[in-house]
Design a protein around this ligand. Structure first.
Ligand SMILES: Cc1cc2nc3c(=O)[nH]c(=O)nc-3n(C[C@H](O)[C@H](O)[C@H](O)COP(=O)(O)OP(=O)(O)OC[C@H]3O[C@@H](n4cnc5c(N)ncnc54)[C@H](O)[C@@H]3O)c2cc1C
Ligand code: FES
Ligand code: FES
Length: 465
């Protein structure tokens, strides 16, 4: 069985066959479709020059990096490029007018990407406050204008009335493109494929795997795309826990996560950019098993567990037991991560998390830490930690936890915890940070944790070093 890739591009239907589904969307737009308004800057999701917008059926617009999105992922979507932005009577779109009037462009190379990010922002009805605008633009770089005029243009387009979205072609059943991009629509189809082809890589948002096609120019031979399987995108909540489907994008999961753990608002705003969070998933962050992924430390501190499924059945595994070594996990070759369950915070529990990176935005952590403490009657009754960047996998700091558990909530306990850091970790030493830096940073984050709880407002919130 072979299916054609079908999507809507700038209000027109597109149907493709005879082209590799591993072609990046950017290469297809520029080299095959001749739409060269979308630019290639970095080819790795960092600069935003390639930003296009996925338009969802409910009217929401999501900015996406076309350089790392694969054609197979675009099937069943409606997408808009800068060529598809038009004002009344084919005049420039209001976003383009605002950019021009604010002198927000010089050489112009970054401009289509900024315009598309601004278009997604304008359509979202968000407030034009500095924090929101910063967040909306964090995935776009400009080397000429200095951002002030771009921000000015953004304030003018906030909450702009926008045209309805074009509908995407329906794709109710599982599909396979060119015999190598498998797009199951049911869990049963996904698990059968996984059992029959354990050698094939799973892909969700491709914000990690897409770099094989864009930067390395060595796309995977075959992929199983998990993003359209309902069980993997479901979110369920009850009084005790929240369960997020592994293929839920950050953009979809954020409102639920922030409501349950408000501290994640600032932490997750620094996970990639809006473009990355539009397609990137929590399951992909766990599946990639990077020692410096941002979600595992938080999920370890929350005592999250994974539901792993295969055609043999399902099992629950604490996340703590999932990471076995550098990029090695407990996932069997026929298994898929279906969902991640995380307990809610109980009364008396607090959760804090830190990300230290070289750059505030769009940068992977050098050190990440998360800490959940239950403090009752002045005693630290329970504590759970998760750290990234301090070992070959994301890990708990068991000696640190032991130093805190059962102790009176006082500075001395946190000093003891800081002293325990070297017992827990033998960190990597690389260009992001020396082993000594990582140990010192982790110890100091624990010292700061005391002040954050004892005297909120006194501790300086360091976001990037
Ligand atoms: C510019 C840029 C900035 C980034 N910034 C950050 C950052 O700040 N913090 C951070 O942590 N990460 C960052 N990343 C990395 C990436 O965005 C995240 O790791 C993201 O969560 C990956 O999700 P995905 O769905 O795109 O994964 P994919 O690329 O689709 O897959 C990643 C891995 O997970 C596996 N996988 C996917 N789904 C499943 C599943 N259901 N079951 C089992 N295995 C699965 C895949 O086989 C693959 O090995 C960044 C990436 C880029 C390009
Ligand atoms: S080309 Fe730089 S983010 Fe895509
Ligand atoms: S205007 Fe030149 S890079 Fe932005």
């Amino acid at each position: 069985m072979a299916d054609n890739i079908r999507f809507t591009l700038n209000d027109e239907p597109v149907e493709l066959s005879g082209i590799s589904p591993m072609t990046t969307l950017l290469d297809w737009l520029r080299e095959h479709r001749g739409l060269r308004g979308t630019k290639e800057g970095c080819a790795e999701g960092d600069c935003g020059a390639c930003t296009v917008v996925f338009e969802l059926a409910d009217g929401r617009r999501r900015p996406v990096n076309a350089c790392i999105a694969l054609l197979g992922q675009v099937d069943g979507r409606s997408l808009r490029t800068v060529e598809g932005l038009r004002g009344p009577d084919s005049a420039p779109h209001a976003v383009q007018v605002a950019m021009a009037e604010a002198d927000a462009t010089q050489c112009g190379f970054c401009t289509p990407g900024f315009v598309m990010s601004a278009y997604a922002f304008a359509a979202g009805g968000e407030a034009a406050d500095p924090e929101t605008i910063h967040d909306a633009l964090a995935g776009n770089l400009c080397r000429c204008t200095g951002y002030r005029p771009i921000v000015e243009a953004m304030t003018k387009v906030a909450a702009l009335p926008v045209a309805p979205v074009s509908s995407a072609p329906e794709r109710p059943q599982s599909a396979v493109f060119e015999g190598r991009f498998f797009a199951p629509r049911t869990l049963a189809d996904l698990l059968t494929l996984r059992a029959e082809h354990p050698e094939m890589l799973l892909v969700a948002g491709a914000t990690d795997l897409g770099l094989l096609a864009s930067r390395l120019r060595k796309p995977p031979a075959a992929l199983i795309h998990v993003a359209h399987v309902p069980e993997l995108t479901a979110i369920t909540e009850d009084k005790e826990q929240i369960t997020i489907g592994a293929a839920t994008t950050y953009a979809d999961a954020l409102p639920i996560l922030i409501a349950a753990y408000p501290v994640l608002r600032t932490y997750l705003a620094r996970l990639g950019s809006r473009q990355i969070r539009s397609l990137g998933t929590i399951g992909g962050n766990i599946g990639t098993a990077s020692p410096i992924g941002d979600m595992p430390p938080v999920l370890l501190a929350l005592e999250a567990s994974l539901k792993l499924v295969s055609s043999r059945g399902a099992r629950d595994l604490p996340l703590d037991e999932f990471f076995l070594g550098y990029r090695k996990t407990a996932l069997a070759s026929d298994e898929v991560i279906q969902s991640i369950s995380m307990p809610r915070l109980w009364p008396g529990e607090v959760l804090f998390c830190d990300k230290l990176s070289k750059r505030r935005d769009q940068d992977i952590s050098t050190v990440a830490g998360a800490y959940r403490l239950r403090i009752k009657n002045g005693i630290i009754e329970d504590v759970r930690t998760g750290f990234g960047g301090l070992a070959s996998t994301p890990v708990r700091a068991r000696n640190v936890e032991q130093a805190l558990k059962g102790q009176p909530f006082a500075q001395a306990a946190f000093e003891a915890a800081a002293d325990a850091v070297p017992k827990d970790f033998q960190p990597i030493d690389d260009w992001r940070g020396s082993a000594a830096y990582r140990l010192t940073a982790a110890a100091n984050l624990l010292r700061r944790l005391y002040w954050r709880i004892a005297e909120p407002g006194r501790a300086v919130e360091v976001e990037a070093l």
